[in-house]
Design a protein around this ligand. Structure first.
Ligand code: 13P
Length: 251
């Protein structure tokens, strides 16, 4: 079902102790609240099991930021989807542009990761989005279409329905340059039309599509007011509980 979601992506920030402190603070400020959206925090692997305990009994849900493209075995340093699931996490961010760019995650690798996440009962938050040069060349639609076709349009309608999408224009990530709400709406509507072409209108209408890229309390309300923007995937502004709460309050 389509939902409003505000999800944090801590990226490679916070020691375990700092992460526990942040999760504790967030739990505390949401204690007497009934947010009009689902609240998720995406933390580094090492935080997951401990943060899962911290947020028990709160509205906050937990996500990993990645998982391996292999099931198990001799892959030193990797963390499998089954391991992520065993921590208590419900979601797994996959296909973030930083993973595509710096760790060379291809459409094929991401396709495997998505399948393994789903096989282990994790809901992927699958990220797509174009580079600055691609936007300047007017290629953003082509790019997101190829990303969907390359890694998730192989899924059955039933499995696709378990995925949350996040449109994150790379030029807006961590740059302070947010897409305008009209730019976000235009491409979100396009993404929804691609889903409708592939899986039908009902699946498309039920897909949650988040916006990410310099989203903060001051612009969230305007972005979330658009019909095809169902929430945000938040980097920098998820690292301070009051800032993150300000975005949750936008709903
Ligand atoms: P910022 O909110 O820091 O721009 O990061 C967005 C992002 O990459 C979330 O996944």
């Amino acid at each position: 079902m389509r939902k409003n979601i505000v999800a944090g992506n801590w990226k490679m920030n916070k020691t375990l102790q700092e992460g526990v402190a942040l999760a504790t603070e967030l739990k505390e400020i949401l204690k007497n609240e009934k947010p009009n959206c689902e609240v998720i925090i995406g933390t580094p692997f090492i935080h997951l099991a401990t943060v899962a305990e911290v947020i028990k009994g709160s509205v906050i849900k937990l996500s990993a930021e990645n998982c391996a493209d292999k099931e198990s075995g001799a892959y030193t340093g990797e963390v499998s989807a089954a391991m992520v699931k065993s921590t208590g996490a419900e979601y797994c961010i996959l296909g973030h542009s930083e993973r595509r760019q710096y760790y060379h995650e291809t459409y094929e690798i991401l396709k495997e990761k998505v399948l393994l996440a789903l096989a282990n009962d994790l809901k992927p938050i699958f990220c797509i989005g174009e580079l600055k040069e691609e936007r300047e060349a007017g290629k953003q639609n082509e790019v997101v279409k190829a990303q969907l076709e390359g890694s998730v349009f192989n899924l059955s309608a039933e499995d696709f329905s378990k995925i949350v999408l996040a449109y994150e224009p790379v030029w807006a990530i961590g740059t302070g340059l947010t897409a305008t709400s009209d730019q976000a709406e235009e491409i979100h509507a396009y993404i929804r039309s691609l889903i409708a072409d592939k899986y039908g209108k009902e699946v498309a209408d039920n897909t949650t599509i988040l916006y990410g890229g310099s989203c903060k309390a001051s612009n969230a309300k305007e972005l979330f007011s658009k019909p095809d923007v169902d929430g945000g995937l938040i980097g920098g502004a998820s690292l301070k509980a009051p800032d993150f709460k300000g975005i949750i309050d936008a709903f």
